[in-house]
Write a protein that binds this ligand. Structure first.
Ligand code: RTP
Ligand code: MG
Length: 138
């Protein structure tokens, strides 16, 4: 059954001009782009998005990074979308990411790692709703 997930092309990848190349990888892997937009978020919007990490030592740095420039939030659809996107992204730290993954190709560091992907159905739902209204998800 087809499933939706949420992704972000992060500020590092947008700055380096990798947006189109990452979208091409996503489409080549069989994902349908349901919604896409470009915007910049404030530090407090980034904190709200990543609130599950608020106790982590990297929270301040992560939320500064995510609010440092434009991003592309995405809603993607395919069978098994959540797990398949995580596989396509590769490990959080690009040094550990498998050959052929987006983070292996485009990420610079464990923090500036090019792409976000939801890790479960409930987080996908929360994250889609954080960036998109229902009428944008036709
Ligand atoms: P994401 O949520 O962005 O898809 O990434 P992920 O599941 O692979 O990694 P997660 O543990 O959820 O961490 C969220 C983001 O925080 C940054 N991070 N920095 N400095 C560090 O040790 C560190 N660890 C994580 C990364 O940008 C990571 O994607
Ligand atoms: Mg995560």
């Amino acid at each position: 059954m087809s499933q939706r997930t949420f992704s972000i092309i992060k500020p590092d990848a947008v700055r380096k001009g990798y947006t189109a190349a990452i979208l091409a990888e996503i489409e080549k892997a069989g994902f349908k782009i349901i919604a896409i937009k470009k915007l910049s978020i404030s530090k407090s919007q980034a904190e709200g998005f990543y609130y599950v990490h608020k106790e982590r030592p990297f929270f301040d740095s992560l939320t500064s990074f995510m609010s440092s420039g434009p991003i592309f939030p995405l809603v993607l659809e395919k069978e098994n979308a959540i797990a398949d996107l995580r596989k396509l992204m590769g490990a959080t730290n690009p040094a550990n990411a498998e050959e052929g993954t987006i983070r292996k190709k485009f990420a610079g560091s464990i923090e500036e790692n090019a792409i976000h992907g939801s890790d479960a159905e409930d987080t996908a739902k929360f994250e889609i709703g954080y960036f998109f209204a229902g009428y944008e998800l036709a």
